[in-house]
Ligand binder design. Structure first.
Ligand code: ASP
Length: 345
């Protein structure tokens, strides 16, 4: 008889496991074992579940690179023992963490499903139960003993997304996330329907490599009409700065004023990598489509294509940490490494 899938639940914190502090009325993280007691249903799933928790579960607003490394190490240490992983995480920065983990886990061949909730698990109208139960079901879905999903994903409110394509768009609706430039990998209704043609081509023979050197001397610069030279200059001359995600207008357009272009040009010649991503919720950067982006292309600004800002910063931190040669950085950044952009791998 086939062995039932072994799933590891990793609790990092977030609303899903929070309780109200009776003194302040604010939500704070609490004990993971209590959380599982609220969902006896998970014992009926056709898989075996073990769990591990961060020593100090956190609100995801406190996530940082050290936490990402800690999470990647939990997965690394348990990789051979389990068939799938479900990560419980606060929704606020879930897209950042899940994007980062997608880059940190190279040659992943098992499912890593991030989920959380808008209401705590103990709340009568909670969305936590469905999110958690279906995430576990997805992590244990196999065909002929091979996992259907071998990617870092995010499951929320009946939809499974490629994690590095997501962004949080709503702080109160149960449907808190969207994947603006890539369709859901699965939808949960009466049946769990996978869109198999959208899944990554996984090479199951390559060993997992965990990349832990995430460079955090980076910044996100969102431009706006009226932004001054002083502001842009002080950001681009930050000591030790290695990379910038520049959020531009529309299809990657920005001011053509001399001072702006020459500040960017100087930064690039000082070895700073500048990535052009759009401020629009969906769509792609096409440098050269308008006059207002031709100059950016000429001076060596890198195209983020249709990447989300969350994924762009994670990819930047990952590639800078890998000490890639300066002259190949642009072409590697513009390549799809984990399905994060709509260009060829
Ligand atoms: N503030 C919470 C967090 O991100 C919100 C949530 O879990 O949805 O940890």
């Amino acid at each position: 008889m086939a062995k039932i899938p072994q799933i590891l639940l990793i609790y990092t914190g977030g609303t899903i496991g929070m309780v109200k502090d009776f003194k302040t009325g604010a939500l704070r993280t609490f004990n993971f074992d209590k959380l599982l007691k609220h969902i006896p249903e998970i014992n009926h799933l056709n898989c075996s579940i073990n769990s591990v928790s961060f020593d100090y579960p956190i609100d995801s607003s406190n996530m940082n690179v050290d936490n990402w490394v800690a999470l990647s190490e939990i997965i690394e240490e348990n990789y051979e023992l389990y068939d799938g992983f479900v990560v419980l995480h606060g929704s606020d920065t879930m897209s950042y963490t899940a994007s980062a983990i997608s880059f940190m886990l190279e040659n992943l061949s098992k499912p890593v499903i991030f989920t959380g909730s808008q209401l705590p698990i103990g709340d009568l109208r909670t969305d936590a139960k469905e999110n958690l139960i279906t995430s576990i079901e997805i992590a244990s879905s196999q065909e002929n003993g091979i996992p259907i999903i071998s990617d870092v994903c995010l499951y929320f409110e009946y939809k499974l997304y490629r994690a590095n394509r997501t962004t949080k768009v709503n702080s109160e609706h149960f449907e808190a996330f969207t994947s603006p430039n890539f369709p859901p990998l699965a939808e949960s209704g009466v049946h769990l329907k996978f869109n198999k043609q959208l899944l990554l081509n996984t090479n199951f023979n390559k060993p997992l490599m965990v990349r832990k050197k995430m460079e955090n001397k980076v910044v996100i610069l969102k431009i706006f009409p009226g932004i001054t030279k002083t502001i842009v200059e002080s950001i681009l001359t930050i000591k030790g700065l290695k990379g910038v995600i520049m959020e531009t207008y529309g299809s990657g357009n920005a001011s053509t004023e001399n001072w702006f272009i020459s500040l960017l040009k100087n930064a690039i010649s000082n070895g700073i990598q500048i990535i052009n991503v759009t401020q629009c919720i969906s769509g792609t950067v096409i440098m050269g489509q308008y006059e207002t982006s031709i100059e950016l292309e000429k001076i060596g600004v890198i195209s983020g294509n249709d990447i989300t800002t969350e994924s762009a910063i994670a990819k930047l931190m990952y590639l800078l940490g890998e000490n890639i040669k300066k002259n190949s950085f642009k072409s590697i950044y513009e390549t799809s490494l984990r399905g994060e952009i709509s260009v060829k791998e």
